[in-house]
Design a protein around this ligand. Structure first.
Ligand code: ADP
Length: 533
């Protein structure tokens, strides 16, 4: 068989030949909508690639982006790797010192930045050695003289002469969000991105096709917006980008106006959307069966049920920066069709079935845990889009086993049908009297109480039991509730020793830039908690 390189060059050329008339819509900072065709996108991506080459881009050079989700970011997604560079997306929600650390560690040579994000860049500019700064005039204001104007570059660019790209060449890179320590860099190859796109597009997983209108709400600065921009261009789907407007009404207007059929984001986004739909019934008419891919943190069963009432389908998935990111996605397997309503929802709240070529195992005390749906173990994974190392960080080599499995740090059960269920992150499990308690399960159940807006459960030290779970709860606006009431609500669902003695009511739960509860911060805050009975 012919050795044919799996590269993004093919994806771009395919889009040019086949999908020139597909559409790309972007919400701009002034809330207006920018529209153009794939033909225009492909032309401009090539022009940008050519411009980068004439500015001196060489193979393997890192080009950082500090951008919201929009057409110009998509242009960079293809221009940089097809010109032989490495697209390095920067998380604009991080502290400027962390961004500076990441830019320095990656040794980024170029930066493409939205004009509206220049004030953020100014906060760390002096501490990084970027050679060329290219500014996208999104809001229309003139580009400061010391920087390159993105539009002017594209207008005068020579067409890109594509260098010979090998499928193992680096195409992109992203740093982990640092929930578990210093950010670590992961490099994606052309091959890994292409295979990830092919596998996620399949019908049982994202089922992303040419007829879809797709809106990645998940930021393009975090793990390539779960690969959706690449997958959508591969299939020629209509792409819709929310720009900087991520509040629920703006998103819902966009979903309605552009007739969205598929969208993706972290649970915090969907919780806000759900509240908006419930508080103004009938205001938005969405496509029936709109699929919402939810991942990055657990999707509570109550949320999946609530969206079903609106005819909207939550698709739960799991992944990590190190896994490109998609590893498992939930779909109804043939043998589970007969499940009753409640069992079906419990199954849909699991993180799902591994993608083809993505292997999973749960390891407990050195042995592989049985797929019985109850034995917990650490999830280890391997496959063609799982990182083999961190970028220039030899100290973390023990994250991989001697036989090449990546240790995710997530604790899971796997059931006989192959559904993976995340019960916790290793360091977030509560160990009470030698037994594990899953904070994620308790949080998910609490979120189903009508008065609870959100909840987090952390371990607090206990002299007798070692650790006990403490529930930290944010109530819905104007509601009040007692600890007894919440404990009674949990009681029928869990073993008695799982039930938290104490509930603390707070105004807000701290979250990271990528929507995860900051458990370490909560543990620190409540480490001297004494009020247990
Ligand atoms: P970081 O590792 O820096 O927090 P990632 O975005 O790579 O950044 O986070 C990956 C982690 O997020 C996973 O290891 C897992 O703990 C959590 N996660 C992702 N998806 C889900 C999900 N559907 N349910 C529960 N946890 C999830």
């Amino acid at each position: 068989m012919m050795q044919f390189p799996l590269t993004l060059v093919h994806v771009l050329e395919r889009a040019e030949k086949l999908f020139g008339r597909s559409e790309i819509v972007s919400r701009l900072p002034d809330r207006g909508l920018h529209r153009y065709s794939y033909a225009e996108f492909c032309r401009r991506a090539r022009a940008l690639g050519g411009a980068l080459q004439s500015l001196g881009l060489e193979r393997g050079d890192r080009v950082a982006t500090l951008m919201w989700n929009h057409y110009a970011h998509l242009e960079a997604y293809f221009a940089v790797p097809c010109a032989g560079g490495v697209l390095h997306t920067l998380n604009l929600r991080l502290h400027p010192d962390d961004i500076a650390y990441i830019v320095g560690h990656a040794r980024d040579r170029f930066l493409i930045v939205d004009d509206v994000l220049l004030p953020l860049f100014e906060k760390f500019r002096a501490t990084v050695g970027i050679e060329k700064v290219i500014v996208v005039p999104l809001s229309g204001s003139p580009v400061p003289g010391q920087h390159e104007d993105y539009e002017a570059l594209i207008a005068r660019s020579e067409r890109l002469s594509m260098p010979a790209i090998h499928e193992e060449d680096a195409a992109g890179m992203c740093y982990t969000s640092g929930t578990t320590g210093r950010p670590k860099g992961v490099i994606y190859s052309h091959r890994s991105i292409v295979l990830h796109s092919l596998a996620t597009a399949t019908v049982d997983y994202l089922g992303l096709g040419n007829g879809d209108a797709v809106c990645p709400v998940v930021p393009m600065f975090h793990v390539n917006a779960w690969g959706i921009p690449f997958t959508a261009v591969m299939m020629g789907a209509k792409l819709v980008f929310p720009g900087p407007h991520l509040d629920a009404p703006s998103l819902l207007d966009l979903f309605q106006g552009e007739r969205m059929t598929l969208t993706a984001g972290v649970p915090t986004i969907w919780m806000a959307i759900l509240q908006a739909l419930e508080s103004e019934p009938g205001r938005w008419r969405l496509e029936r069966g709109l699929r919402m891919v939810v991942g990055g943190a657990a999707a509570a069963e109550s949320m999946i049920r609530a969206f079903d009432k609106f005819g909207l389908r939550v698709i739960h998935g799991w992944g990590m920066t190190e896994t490109s990111p998609v590893g498992t996605v939930n779909f109804v397997k043939r043998e589970t069709v007969a499940l009753s309503g409640d069992e079906r929802y419990a199954a849909r709240a699991k993180q799902g079935i591994p993608l083809p070529f993505f292997e999973v195992r749960a390891m407990s005390a050195g042995d592989e845990a049985p797929w019985d749906g109850s034995t917990m173990g650490e999830l280890q994974v391997r496959g063609p889009w799982v990182a083999a190392a961190y970028h220039e960080l030899a100290a973390e080599a023990d994250k991989w086993t001697a036989d090449g499995w990546f240790r995710t740090g997530d604790i899971v059960t796997i059931d006989p049908c192959g559904y993976v269920k995340i019960t916790d992150r290793m360091k977030d499990l509560v160990k009470s009297g030698g037994e594990w308690i899953s904070s994620v399960d308790l949080e998910g159940a609490l979120a189903g109480h009508p008065k609870v807006a959100e909840a987090a459960v952390v371990a607090v030290p206990h002299t007798h039991w070692g650790e006990r779970p403490l529930a930290i709860v944010v109530l819905e606006n104007g509601e009040s509730a007692t600890a007894e009431e919440l404990r009674d609500f949990l009681a029928p669902r869990f073993a008695k020793f799982w039930l938290p003695e104490n509930f603390v009511f707070v105004g807000e739960i701290p979250r990271t830039s990528t929507g995860k509860v900051m458990k370490a911060k909560l543990r620190e805050q409540f480490k001297d908690w004494k009020k247990l009975e």
